[in-house]
Write a protein that binds this ligand. Structure first.
Ligand SMILES: Nc1ncnc2c1ncn2[C@@H]1O[C@H](COP(=O)(O)OP(=O)(O)OP(=O)(O)O)[C@@H](O)[C@H]1O
Length: 632
């Protein structure tokens, strides 16, 4: 019979497994038990929703059978089973999400070689090759008449042939490797070691994991004066406690247990930043275990990432990723929800509408919000770590649905500011506002240094007002959605002139504008098509000019729109502002009379300088350089 070859990626993973020097080879058992449990989940779900199967929860089991003599370890379940196609596509190819993630994270992990690659991932079935020379899988799918036998000794491929099997389910038969100097594979044939491994890794599996074990008993127990006489006997034991971790008492579950559960279930390297346990009783009862990851996964900000929580009804998995349970702005949250009030017979469409689900979702949203606020207040360092990973998500949340969620999220936002190195919340900013300060001010730019050196900021800082530094493209849209915080309008510094200047200052500017009408008109003519106007500025100190945006669009918004909609020609309206006190202005005035041609070059150079300071690309860099060189 011809051998079929594994697909290329599978081969790579297999090589890795077979030649693994990984010390935690024991995790293969956890992986196989977890697969068996998933297979039972699927059939139990069918049984509960389709009365035809006649099976109930207590009919299911996972069984471990070691045979020391033959060096064979067998693991069987009576779950849904696999037909020929399933065996081909599940065990012949690695193209499912879990393993693909493994592949890509492996590439990232190459640089940090000592990372526990295998231990952290659900590498699944293939991990059995770490301990076996040959694997036989005998499976019969529920509802089918025939069974199938899949066999492989590793990288050289696999075979599939029909075979007899009495009941539905799957048997994995592993020929355990001989012991070596460094590795005691025989422990995977030892009852006590196997029982300990089940307890360690698979205790919360919701179906009994059984094994026949040796026990001893006193034959004379019950006879008060008889000498004890011991005999051994064999009995099938259930090795796991079966209570899912979220159903256990708080006092029985350690933080380490929860972290381990999270990492295994949601494929993360790192412990979660925070675990939230919910135990709701009342109109709707449910238990939930929610995890806030410490970092965004590599695919978090891509289309590949799917949000959602696992939904159980009294311990039976109904949906692996129930999207309705978490709002978009908290889509980074992972976890499980288990409620006896959710009916098993529910179809997906109905699920979307159940009032129960909506109520649980809104409750969960509040819990997450409350927890994040709590972390922000009590452990700022942890919150800032969270902010690095998911701050952008919260900002999107403020903007989404026309600002519908902004009130829930506004106190979770952080921004850099002119007050110092630390990030600030809006509440903290307001707490520091000067008595005469009416608005919350922000300035935008590519990075903090660039914003801090914007000529427009000098004037505001002189007044002692703090400025929020908006460095994310979405920040201004966030400000637009929020409009105000605590009754204080959120304003861009470039539009803040009106409420900042005193009447005298305004008068002085008007006077200067009148006196320099000619020159301003001249500059506007030279820059026709580029600027809407040239005017005298009230906010410049050390710089001769600056560029400000008028109208609904700011420069940062212009840049953002260009990125997301390149065909969009929308531009911010530019105004060139002059500092009438600056010596360059005096020089320009003089040149306009004596050498208008040179004055024209000056105006152009000043305009390009202003573009540079505003973080905008200079329209024609070589012409600009020529002009500067010409002057030299
Ligand atoms: N005991 C089993 N009964 C039925 N199907 C199984 C069994 N073991 C594995 N399978 C099928 O084979 C597939 C591949 O299993 P594997 O352990 O390699 O990956 P996985 O469980 O899907 O993902 P991961 O382990 O990476 O989370 C499973 O998704 C499942 O469809």
């Amino acid at each position: 019979m011809a051998k079929k070859q594994f697909k290329a990626e599978s081969k790579r993973l297999l090589d890795l497994m077979i030649n693994s020097i990984y010390t935690h080879k024991e995790i293969f058992l956890r992986e196989l038990i977890s697969n068996a449990s998933d297979a039972i989940d699927k059939l139990l779900y069918l049984s509960l929703t389709d009365s035809g199967t006649g099976l109930s929860r207590s009919d299911f089991y996972i069984r471990i059978e070691p045979d020391r003599e033959k060096r064979v370890l067998k693991l069987s379940d009576n779950g849904i089973g696999m037909n020929k196609e399933d065996l081909e596509s599940n065990l012949g190819v690695i193209a499912r999400s879990g393993s693909l993630q493994f592949k890509s994270d492996m590439e990232q992990a190459k640089e940090q070689e000592d990372i526990d690659i295998i231990g952290q991932f659900g590498v699944g079935f293939y991990s059995a090759f770490m301990v076996s020379d040959k694997i036989t899988v005998i499976s019969r799918k529920y509802g089918d008449e025939e069974g199938w036998k899949w066999q492989s000794s590793g990288a050289d491929g696999y075979t599939i042939v029909p075979c007899e099997k009495e009941t539905q389910g799957t048997e994995i038969i592993m020929e355990i490797k001989p012991d070596t100097d460094g590795e005691d594979y025989s422990r995977f044939l030892n009852e006590n070691s196997l029982a300990a491994l089940v307890k360690k890794y698979s205790d919360y599996i919701r179906y009994p994991v059984q094994m026949e074990m040796e026990h001893s008993r006193n034959k004379n127990a019950g006879q008060a004066d008889a000498e004890p006489e011991w005999e051994t006997y064999r009995e099938v034991d259930t090795l796991n406690s079966m209570v899912p971790i979220w159903q256990r008492n708080k006092s029985e579950v350690t933080e380490e247990d929860l972290n381990q559960f999270y990492k295994e279930k949601f494929f993360d390297f790192e412990d979660p930043l925070k675990t939230i346990r919910v135990d709701a009783e009342g109109l709707i009862s449910y238990k939930a275990l929610l995890f806030i990851p410490a970092k965004a996964s590599y695919d978090y900000y891509t289309k590949e990432y799917k949000k959602g929580l696992q939904l159980y009804s009294s311990g039976v998995l109904i949906m692996d990723r129930c999207e309705e349970l978490v709002p978009e702005h908290f889509r980074f949250v992972r976890g499980v929800v288990d409620s006896p009030d959710i009916s098993l017979n529910i179809s997906r469409e109905m699920l979307q509408q159940t009032r129960h689900l909506t109520a649980i979702a809104s409750n969960i949203e509040k819990k997450i919000q409350g927890e994040l606020e709590k972390i922000m207040g009590s452990d700022r360092e942890a919150y800032e770590k969270f902010w690095q990973a998911f701050g952008l998500q919260l900002k999107y949340g403020v903007m989404a649905d026309f600002g519908a969620h902004k009130d829930k999220l506004k106190d979770l936002l952080l921004f850099p500011s002119s007050a110092g190195e630390k990030l600030t919340s809006l509440a903290e900013y307001v707490g520091r506002m000067k008595e005469d300060q009416k608005s919350i001010y922000y300035a935008t730019g590519e990075n903090i240094q660039m914003i801090a050196s914007l000529p427009q900021t000098e004037y505001i800082r002189e007044k002692g007002y703090e400025i929020l530094y908006f460095t994310d493209e979405v920040d201004e849209f966030v400000a637009q959605a929020l409009m105000a915080y605590d009754g204080k309008p959120i304003q861009s510094i470039s539009r803040a002139d009106a409420d900042l200047k005193t009447d005298e200052e305004k008068k002085e500017i008007e006077k200067q504008a009148e006196e320099n009408k000619d020159l301003l008109g001249f500059a506007a003519d030279v820059l026709k098509g580029r600027v809407k106007e040239a005017r005298i500025s009230g906010k410049l100190r050390s710089q001769p000019v600056c560029l400000t945006a008028e109208g609904p669009l700011s420069f940062e918004m212009e840049k953002y729109l260009k990125q997301v909609q390149p065909e969009n020609e929308m531009k911010a309206e530019r105004v060139l502002e002059f500092n009438a006190e600056h010596p360059v202005f005096g020089k320009l005035k003089e040149l306009q009379k004596t050498d208008p041609e040179k004055a024209e070059t000056y105006v152009k150079i000043l305009y390009h300088q202003a573009e540079l300071m505003a973080g905008l690309p200079v329209e024609d860099p070589s012409a600009f350089c020529e002009m500067v060189a010409g002057l030299m």
